[in-house]
Write a protein that binds this ligand. Structure first.
Ligand code: NAI
Ligand code: MG
Length: 501
């Protein structure tokens, strides 16, 4: 593993500036403005991206539209070859991509290397195979033959966030490419360095105009992109308020949407659970990507009988973690991805204390040495939390978990479901019927039994309620990038005879 690039050092693995990628060309924004990419561990400048606007959107959509006829008719083997080639180039430069993700986002290099990059690569491999599975159906009738064709939907707008940029880019473009769609991708303005470098590297294999990338602030791009009459679908991952805007934009031309939004998932520990495994799971859920994960089990439901012992153990694990330089393979927890996120999390730490929750561990920003230069927050567990407190309702998106005590299973389930969200959840018990009973009662898109964040390729991922709609990661996502066309062939000779009398 490359450990050569240390915190604060300049790098030659990425460029000083990236343009928009339109029709295979790197171009400046019509605005003439750029946005700085900042290392959140040091505050240092990394690179620059274009600050896009509606004029850039016009050019990008035109390129995607022009590329669609040929790409939509490309063979499955051509699409499969490109997707596999992308995966193998990512593997060849995995150290660089992992390091860029870490420098730009602040996530520990051990996560970029062993979680983000393999997950992103897995998307290209999964959908490389899927290029061949876009079959239609046939129906045999006594007097007719029904054929259902599956066709690519057209130009897709894809808008993604900053927390796991490579995974988000991959889970958006891989199925779209497999399906034969063309894309205008809008990455997050705060973190997108790795994926800009990715598109630079892949520019010789992705045909011009098939994927176009416009960077910049959401409001300057979003409306022009999603309301463009040539855009036929929007896929979005991000916050609820932004989703509400995008759904409004999408209503203008009645285009379909898939929405993967936030969460406030319940991680439920029963009294018969393997406590050490559950403690590790709760610690992971708190600190993975410094809590900037939509799937985080940020409401920890602890059975009364194990409540105190569990929190003692969890405190032990979290206080022993190494927080600091995210480029160091030994580091467990890095800084929040941006000043905005840093301030947001601190605000919730104050809210939790004011609401009367008690701090088991953490509770403030992390200071001392290198921690003073970046956006570091201590891993924090609040106890004595009631499910209606703000810290149990809002998605904090930081290393903060709220523990809620429970005794009665029915009452606990009612509380677990008493949230506007429903993205993921965990259950820890050795009782198999209880595990399934709880899993079936949860209003949520994913439930992990006895291991949190147990993401498996091919398993659909998506929300119930205000966590969104549509499923990604599994084969089902191909339905969102295709439309069916029903063709009915009459098998009877001659006219019906409807007007013979
Ligand atoms: P956001 O939803 O504003 O940003 C996500 C993407 O949407 C970015 O590319 C952004 O530029 C774009 N965007 C923003 N306004 C837009 C508009 N009017 N039209 C089109 N695109 C637009 O999320 P933000 O502000 O970065 O983070 C705020 C909170 O959202 C976080 O603290 C977290 O709670 C939640 N969030 C959830 C994510 C998830 O994975 N579900 C990912 C990122 C944030
Ligand atoms: Mg925003």
């Amino acid at each position: 593993m490359s450990q050569t690039l240390k915190l604060g050092q300049p790098s030659n693995m990425f460029q000083d500036e990236y343009g928009h990628l339109i029709n295979g060309e790197w171009v400046s924004s019509a605005s003439g403005e750029v946005i700085d990419m900042i290392n959140p561990a040091t505050g240092e400048h990394l690179s620059k991206i274009q600050s896009g606007n509606a004029a850039d959107v016009q050019r990008a959509v035109a390129a995607a539209k022009a590329a669609f006829p040929a790409w939509s008719k490309s063979s499955a083997s051509q699409r499969q070859e490109i997707l596999f080639e992308i995966a193998s180039r990512l593997k060849a430069r995995i150290n660089d991509y992992a390091m860029m993700e870490t420098l730009d986002n602040g996530k520990p290099i051990r996560e970029s290397m062993f979680f983000d990059m393999p997950t992103a690569i897995g998307q290209f491999e999964t959908f490389a195979g899927a290029a061949y599975t876009l079959q239609g159906e046939t129906h045999a009738y006594e007097d007719a033959l029904g054929i259902v064709h599956r066709e690519p939907i057209g130009v897709c707008a894809q808008i993604i966030p900053w927390n796991v940029p490579m995974i988000m880019m991959a889970c958006k473009i891989a199925p779209a490419l497999a399906a034969g769609c063309t894309v205008v991708l809008k990455p997050a303005e705060t973190v997108c360095l790795s994926l800009m470098e990715f598109f630079k590297e892949m520019n010789d294999i992705i045909p011009a105009g098939v994927v176009n990338v416009i960077t910049g602030y959401g409001p300057n791009i979003g409306e022009a992109l999603v309301t463009h009459p040539d855009v036929r679908k929007v896929a979005f991952t991000g916050s609820r308020p932004t989703a509400q805007k995008i759904i409004q934009y999408a209503s203008q031309n009645i285009i379909p949407q898939t929405m993967e939004l936030g969460g406030k998932s319940a991680n439920i520990v029963c009294e018969d659970a393997d406590l050490d495994a559950a403690v590790e799971g709760a610690a992971m859920s708190t600190i993975l990507n410094k809590g900037e994960v939509c799937l985080a089990g940020s409401r920890l439901f602890l059975h009364d009988k194990i409540h105190d012992e569990f929190l003692d153990k969890l405190k032990g694990v979290l206080s022993g973690l190494r927080q600091g330089d995210p480029t160091d393979m030994a580091t467990h927890i890095g800084p929040q991805a941006s000043s905005m996120q840093y301030e947001k999390v601190q605000k919730y730490l104050d809210i939790g204390k004011n609401e009367g929750a008690s701090v088991v561990v953490g509770g403030s920003k992390a200071t001392g040495g290198i921690l003073d230069n970046g956006y570091f927050i201590q891993p924090t567990i609040f106890a004595d939390v009631a499910n209606d407190m703000t810290i149990a309702r809002d998605e904090i998106f930081g290393p903060v978990t709220s523990a809620i005590r429970w005794k009665d299973e029915g009452d606990m389930l009612e509380q677990a479901n008493n949230t506007v969200y429903g993205l993921a959840g965990g259950v820890w018990t050795r009782d198999i019927s209880r595990a399934h009973r709880i899993a079936q009662s949860l209003e949520t898109g994913t439930v992990w039994i006895n291991r949190y964040y147990n993401l498996k390729p091919g398993m659909p991922l998506g929300g119930y309620k205000q966590s969104g709609f549509g499923r990604e990661f599994g084969h089902e996502v191909l339905n969102h990038y295709t439309l069916t066309k029903s063709v009915v062939v009459n098998l009877q000779e001659g006219k019906i005879g409807a007007f013979d009398q």
